[in-house]
Design a protein around this ligand. Structure first.
Ligand SMILES: *Cc1c(COP(=O)(O)O)cnc(C)c1O
Length: 455
């Protein structure tokens, strides 16, 4: 207690109480007994974060895929301020409001034609929970209640809540850690052909075999279209999705696409599923999950959008209603941020921005493939990845990056960036130079063990 009182007295607006943070606040995936250092950020503008000591860092993360227009964008800030004065939050049960209506109109218009019914949730993981529940309730409404299993591919990532965890990669995810508390679902190999390589349809054989033997129990297939993010930053061939859609139709299984990381332009298309076309038409999900960049990264919000058919099935189910309704559902403040962010996207500047970033990443990262310690270098849209041969020490590299004036957060054996679309060429060069310097330093250090994650 005494500690707490002392720290509140000593803390003021300009200094960050790191000691309190270390003692009392969880950060993502960290230990409370061996807390890794956290950097204090006091403000952020456009593509730069300002640290408490005044240093400015070029942001290579978009705060985990979210902040696509940069920080403190006046359009989003003004929209939120206006909304804040009118209505920050009101319950969504029995009540509706224009920010939710306006946002849902935009989402229905910009996603595939068959996606018409919008569920506004609080975070990506919840959007995935909602999608999975929708798929189960749908089959209840279609008199096939035995369809309760979910099928997915390895190397996926769908969030940290229990149902979301259950469809994450069974090895890289948290299955073994939580044992029987995590529902055992069905897995097939991850898509193998890389984006841009010639596709071989036999890659779908395992999926076909699984669906033909167990399709009767399977409610839905869930996967991330084209880019598997936190499961390894793998870019796979879009034709896989075309084949998968056909298999889902053939075996009466719903297709859930998780665009939480890839949505809103990141891969060079507005949605990653648009890379996957058949007879000129993009693959259509039955249920689509959106999040992360939905609000431009300003506040948490996610959406699960389903087809008329799915919505009808749910409504025909014994429950008669969809059984989900979070307290902060449809939060007006978050909806106003999302509307402003989508307005910015609708100016279509993102297309040129993302393709310029893609070109620059390709030319500036290419040489890294020559470093013996590097396994692969790949670029898709505004995403650049240097895959190392072995795992890196995140804390160590994080410090190196900060010393180089950039914010990049590697994980596993991946040094990667997905900067805000508004980044300048000079700022992007600063990021790619830092990636190369750091990747090389792992090599030249000679003591590789030092860099292997302690985790
Ligand atoms: C981040 C992410 C999620 C989870 O979103 P949260 O907002 O962190 O709960 C789900 N799916 C994918 C593909 C993601 O990248």
């Amino acid at each position: 207690m005494n500690n707490y009182i002392n720290s509140t007295i000593t803390a003021n607006n300009s200094s960050i109480d790191f000691e309190f943070d270390k003692q009392h606040i969880w950060h993502p995936y960290t230990s409370m007994s061996h807390a890794l250092p956290a950097f204090g950020v006091i403000s952020a503008k456009e593509c730069e974060l300002t640290l408490d000591d005044g240093r400015q860092l070029v942001d290579g993360t978009s705060s985990w895929w979210a902040c696509v227009h940069g920080y403190s964008h006046p359009t989003i800030v003004n929209a939120m301020q206006e909304q804040l004065h009118k209505l920050s939050h009101v319950m969504f049960g029995g009540i509706t409001h224009q920010p939710a209506i306006e946002l849902s109109k935009k989402l229905v218009n910009m996603t595939s034609d068959n996606l018409t019914k919008v569920f506004l949730a609080d975070s990506g993981s919840i959007a995935v929970e909602v999608a999975l529940k929708m798929s189960l309730q749908y089959w209840q409404g279609r008199n096939q209640p035995q369809k309760q299993r979910i099928l997915t591919v390895k190397c996926g990532y769908h969030g940290d809540t229990f149902a979301a965890m259950s469809v994450c990669d069974p090895e890289g995810g948290m299955h073994t850690m939580f044992g029987d508390s995590v529902t055992q679902h069905e897995f097939v190999s991850a898509p193998q052909t890389q984006f841009g390589q010639p596709f071989d349809n036999s890659e779908l054989d395992e999926m076909r075999a699984k669906l033909s033997s167990q399709g009767n129990e399977i409610a839905a297939v869930i996967l991330e279209p084209v880019l598997q993010g936190a499961g390894g930053m793998r870019f796979y061939h879009p034709q896989y999705l075309v084949g998968l859609r056909q298999l889902c139709d053939e075996f009466n299984v719903l297709l859930i696409l998780d665009e939480i990381a890839t949505g809103f332009g990141r891969t060079g298309k507005l949605f990653a599923y648009e890379h996957a076309t058949h007879d000129g038409k993009a693959v259509e999900a039955d249920i689509l999950c959106l999040g992360k960049a939905l609000t431009g990264g300003y506040i948490s919000l996610a959406a699960t959008i389903c087809s008329d058919e799915v919505a009808q099935g749910i409504s025909d189910s014994p429950a008669g209603v969809f059984m989900h309704g979070p307290t902060f559902m449809g939060n007006p403040l978050a909806c106003s941020a999302a509307c402003a962010s989508l307005d910015l996207l609708s100016r279509n500047e993102w297309q040129a921005q993302v393709s310029n970033i893609e070109r620059q990443l390709q030319s500036e990262l290419a040489e890294a493939i020559e470093y013996p310690q590097v396994k692969d270098v790949r670029v898709l849209g505004a995403i650049g990845v240097i895959e190392m041969n072995s795992s890196v020490n995140t804390a160590e590299l994080q410090q190196q990056f900060v010393d180089l004036g950039v914010w990049i957060r590697p994980f596993s054996n991946l040094i990667y960036i997905m900067p805000p679309y508004v980044i300048s060429a000079e700022q992007l060069t600063k990021l790619t130079s830092a990636m190369k310097i750091v990747a090389k330093s792992i090599l030249t250090c000679g003591d590789q063990a030092e860099f292997i994650s302690h985790g």
